[in-house]
Design a protein around this ligand. Structure first.
Ligand SMILES: Cc1ncc(C[n+]2csc(CCOP(=O)(O)OP(=O)(O)O)c2C)c(N)n1
Ligand SMILES: [Mg+2]
Length: 732
């Protein structure tokens, strides 16, 4: 019997549904054993303190090799979790690449030394970078599958285009592609798991959910995480699924299960759920000792089901390999693994100078002055009659809606989803109804104009919205999603901070998720109360990788939203609810290509005595205060509207402060730890010699916004409180 000893996947080795050949069985054993040996070598390196972390895939090898051999690397899509060493080996990641990650080498292709080992990523193989967060990846797989379907229905969206993110986001897809996502049984307790099943089921998406059930989540046994102890029983009523509950330690059973699952998905019948019962012979990680919480009998029973031993027994029993041949194969693999580890230990380490690379796109700079255009006078919006609105000033809500219409026409990769954003999910009603188009009507008419494939309602689940957007965006699409109220962004916070913002940096530029999230924000609503008035922008400007935009008027909103959509970075686009239909800041339609670069403040009122740095709904309030200060007290205030909070226009701030020597930073959000704290600290640090007075800050009281208008007025900054600060600072 010839031995397959290469560490690369044997081309054409993927078995079909017929009898497995001896060669194929040997190949399966080779991959499983290789995975275990890479784990063993990493454990040794960790004990020698040559690497810094180790988590093993031991006990899961049969399930993972079965999954990999039923699918196609570089064709299907993979959203693994940290135990998936055997999966990744079988897809084509090499042991040396795994060791490069373990040592944190510059040449680690998954992350360039940024992620722990076993945090997989490979663009050529279609393994999308995953984080340490259990379960976030399942929603990415859902969005990925949706994107694949979208491209096969909309081939016009595949084309590249110069002048926006599409120049750097290549698209590949196959009509019958499948997305595989893996997770542990403990991780099925996360809400995101259920949110992913929801959409995969409802939209009949080709996603295979692989549950690698080793009975424990660190020290917590399955019955504590899963009522009744069996996740298959709980999910059994989701429509459109193919279900399989299998022995995850028998490689052939696993392979057959994934072949059936893939066939169901490729045929367009919906998603699949493969629940494999496997074992965990090596404790959770090297930081864990399962003797602390598992009985000896239980650990012995697990050892009896070790998939490597089972496969080896089969090869011997069926006379496929002799004991000597198995020995020879294993020794050969051991030598290859040892040599791969040695090479990795010699690899160059990442330069400190490269730390900031790939926080944001290296290709498209949204602050470039070349983005700036002038509004087109007398422009008429496509699809609207010239007479209807003509050149009359339009509200912020109207010009955001106009931008969405124009950009969707301009770029077929844009899709819009969120809660209530469609005109009517039941399309039959569209002929007779006006349509909803968002609770604030910002997406009105988009579904009617561009169809339900491009504009649709999500389930009422914010992590679902952002997690799917990440998946869509990694495929080169441009999701422009809506979170209905800033007050309810928190379920999506995990996806925003750990996934959306990090995809590019953690994969060292290999992957990116440049989605746009539009978020109505803020108070001054008279009755908005605690849960419809929140601000909190500094929580997001404190997240590297995310662009944060906060316009104060209709024209800026239009031009900045266009830059956000065409941008190659993820953008959080805050829209102040109070400004949506305000008389202040209306503007005529500026044309379909009007754009404002990020990081460019606007001087909304020039002045000589005091600089007032602000943004959002405080801008019109600051203007009122400044006019009064001039009129009644002769104080000439210069107001800077930052417009974008990350990046922000430090040059404009510094120039103004050098001129006035007095500065107030004002915002609607709470004062303490607010956005102004950073700006004030930087001014104090870098412009100390230019100041004639302390840096002053204005913000909301350190509380939430109350319902009773009397209280709301007292809690939020008002023109009167801004005026008082201006007077005090002048007198200092
Ligand atoms: C959101 C999140 N919470 C907690 C953790 C810490 N953590 C890492 S692995 C793990 C247990 C996962 O158990 P399971 O899903 O059964 O996978 P297994 O490790 O058993 O393969 C926990 C709690 C995490 N990484 N992410
Ligand atoms: Mg587990």
């Amino acid at each position: 019997m010839g031995l397959a000893v290469s560490t690369a996947r044997v081309p054409g080795a993927a078995p079909d549904s017929g009898q497995l050949t001896p060669q194929q069985l040997i190949e399966i054993y080779r991959l499983m054993f290789l995975s275990r040996r890479v784990d063993d070598r990493e454990i040794l390196l960790k004990r020698q303190q040559k690497i810094y972390f180790q988590v093993s895939g031991a006990g899961h090898e049969a399930l993972q090799v079965g999954a990999a051999l039923a699918l196609r690397p570089g064709y299907d899509w993979f959203f693994p979790y940290y135990r998936d060493r055997a999966l990744c080996l079988a897809l084509g990641v090499t042991p040396e690449e795994m060791f490069l990650q373990a040592v944190g080498a510059a040449t680690d292709p998954a992350s360039g030394g940024r992620q722990m080992p076993a945090h997989w990523s490979s663009r050529p193989l279609h393994i999308v970078s995953t984080s340490s967060s259990t379960t976030t990846q399942v929603l990415h797989a859902v969005g990925c599958a949706e994107a694949g379907r979208y491209f096969s229905r909309h081939p016009e969206a595949v084309a590249k285009a110069e002048g926006d993110y599409r120049a750097f986001r290549d698209v590949e897809f196959h009509d019958d592609e499948v997305a595989l996502t893996c997770l542990g049984e403990g991780s099925t307790s996360q809400g995101e798991f259920w949110e992913a099943l929801n959409t995969a089921s409802n939209r009949k998406l080709p996603v295979i959910f692989c549950i690698e059930d080793n009975g424990y989540a660190i020290s917590v046994p399955v019955e504590v995480n899963t009522p009744g102890g069996n996740i298959s029983k709980l999910v059994a009523n989701f429509p459109n699924f193919h279900f399989a509950e299998i022995d995850g330690t028998d490689a052939e059973i696993c392979l057959r299960a994934f072949q059936a699952a893939a066939a169901h998905c490729r045929a367009g019948n919906g998603p699949a759920f493969v629940h494999g019962h496997c074992v965990r012979p090596y404790s959770h990680s090297l930081s864990d000792d399962d003797k602390l919480y598992r009985s000896a009998a239980e650990r012995e029973a697990d050892a009896m089901r070790d998939p490597i031993a089972k496969m080896q027994m089969r090869l011997l029993r069926e006379g496929i390999l002799s004991a000597d041949e198995i020995n020879a194969l294993e020794q050969q693999l051991d030598r290859e693994v040892a040599a791969a580890a040695e090479r990795a230990l010699e690899a160059p380490l990442p330069p400190v100078s490269g730390i900031s690379r790939h926080v944001y796109s290296e290709d498209l700079n949204p602050t470039s002055a070349s983005i700036a255009t002038e509004p087109t006078k007398g422009a008429v919006q496509a699809g609207k009659s010239a007479s209807a609105k003509g050149n009359a000033p339009r509200t912020m809500a109207d010009l955001i809606n106009a931008c969405l219409h124009d950009e969707m026409r301009h770029d077929p990769r844009i899709i819009v989803f969120g809660e209530d954003v469609a005109d009517a999910s039941r399309e039959g009603a569209l002929a007779e109804v006006k349509g909803k188009g968002g609770v604030f009507k910002l997406t009105a008419g988009l579904q009617a104009a561009f169809g339900s494939d491009r504009v649709f309602n999500s389930p009422l689940a914010e992590a679902n919205i952002v997690g799917r957007a990440v998946g869509y965006a990694t495929r080169g699409m441009k999701p422009v999603v809506e979170i209905q109220f800033f007050d309810y962004i928190w379920p999506a916070m995990h996806q925003i901070r750990n996934e959306l913002a990090l995809m590019r940096w953690r994969s060292n530029g290999e992957w990116a998720s440049p989605a746009v999230i539009r978020v109505p924000i803020g108070g001054y609503l008279t009755g908005g109360a605690i849960y419809h008035s929140q601000s909190g922008e500094s929580l997001f400007t404190h997240t590297p990788g995310l662009r944060v935009v906060f316009p104060s008027n209709a024209l800026d909103a239009n031009g900045l939203l266009r830059t956000a959509i065409r941008c190659d970075d993820p953008v959080l686009f805050f829209e102040h609810k109070r400004l949506y239909r305000e008389a202040y800041g209306r503007a005529p339609y500026p044309g379909p290509d009007f754009a404002i670069p990020f990081g460019k403040a606007s001087i909304v009122r020039p002045g000589a005595d005091i600089t007032l740095v602000t943004y959002g709904a405080v801008v019109p309030r600051a203007l009122q205060a400044a006019d009064k200060a001039q009129r009644e007290h002769g104080i000439d205030v210069e107001i800077l509207d930052l417009r974008t909070l990350n990046p922000y226009d430090w040059e404009a701030i510094a120039t103004s402060v050098r001129k006035t020597s007095r500065v107030i930073v004002a915002h609607e959000d709470m004062l303490s730890w607010g956005y102004g704290a950073e700006i004030a600290a930087r001014i104090a640090d870098e412009l100390f010699d230019d100041l004639d007075a302390p840096v002053r800050r204005i913000g909301a009281m350190d509380t939430f916004v109350a319902y009773q208008p009397l209280l709301e007025d007292a809690i939020l900054p008002q023109p009167a409180s801004i005026l008082k600060a201006i007077q005090d600072l002048r007198a200092y």
